[in-house]
Design a protein around this ligand. Sequence first.
Ligand SMILES: [Zn+2]
Length: 429
Amino acid sequence: MKTLLRGRLLTFHADPAETEDNHRYIEDGALVVENGRIAALGRYSDLAAPEMVEIDHRPNLILPGFIDPHIHFPQVQVIASWGVQLLDWLNRYTFPAEGRYADPAHAEPMASAFLDLLLAHGTTTACAFASVHPASVDALMSAAEARSMMMLAGKVMMDRNAPDYLRDTPQSGYDDSKRLIARWHGRDRLRYAISPRFAITSTPEQMAAAGALVSEYPDLSIQTHLSENHAEIELTLSLYPHARDYLDVYETYGLVGPKTLLGHCIHLTPREIAKMAETGASAVFCPTSNLFLGSGLFDAEGLRRAGIVTAVATDVGGGTSYSQLQTLNEAYKVMQMRGQRLHPLAAFHWITRGNALALGLANRIGSLQAGGDADLVVLDARATPAMALRAERIESLAEELFLLQILGDDRAIAQTYVAGRPMKPARAA
Ligand SMILES: [Zn+2]
């Protein structure tokens, strides 16, 4: 059966920070959805046909669903934990919370709650760190499969500098990852991501095991953390005394390439910047987390000019919101502190097609394209009294997007579609 969604369509085919011809906007637009895919898109008057069920989202905007390329699923009860910076925050709050995910009776309801939160905030795909326990990946992947979501996730590999109950070994981390890849990668819309947590929590032997997985499964994404905090960098270099710098730890074990997502990348050296540009590894900006943990100000403009692929993510639970709109709000402010400007078109490109490119999934998600997956978000720029008042003085699409970016959150998400299915109850008129 075909469904026609009517609304104001916005999609990007190039980065507004790089190219003048970058987006397509159709004021009275229509998307024809069939079998979870976009069968056609264009003007409503060209596509309307009597046999289709119509859902009218006017005057709201319809965009590709948001993509969150760095988030920690076992931190849903860690978000908003007070008073410390990265390493103490991990030890005091995060590690004890992650310990509970060995138990499926805890992991399963948390996985459902986590995915429902993402959908309520307009996010249809995420690349998530699970806990060290295979049960946590099973819980998350099962819940994503039940919702038909395109989801990437992996168990963190961590064999030192963590409590006993959160440590695997080089061999068990490798074996468990392999079993999970066989069970989940490529099933329905699911992808496995190889996930050494970060250099501090892995021995050289475990890094080598992660590298072995990468060479066995070259099409998998790799996710980890890089240069978030000065104490973290110092400790990393003391644990890997032969490394030229932090990135060199990952390079040494074959973990840096175009499929690699490096969270944070705040305090990079010129050599690291050049190497990331050369290898095509992505730098993932996590603005709410970087401010919350006092980590520093990401140099979005500088890294982009150096030729590095950048992505933008919530990093819940170091991050303070599941909303990619609120993430863009904080990204705008971080860039202001660096004298850089984030144009609203570039911002919305970033959380859709930009993040899809970083994940290597732009042929399927991140833009409205015939044949692409029907993962969509419907945005209401008048969702709250304050937004409605401001919207009265809006004169352009860019102004409307900026209003959504600064004042919007889950209340501005009128609907979220996953593979053509509405996943959020429609708001009362
Ligand atoms: Zn993280």
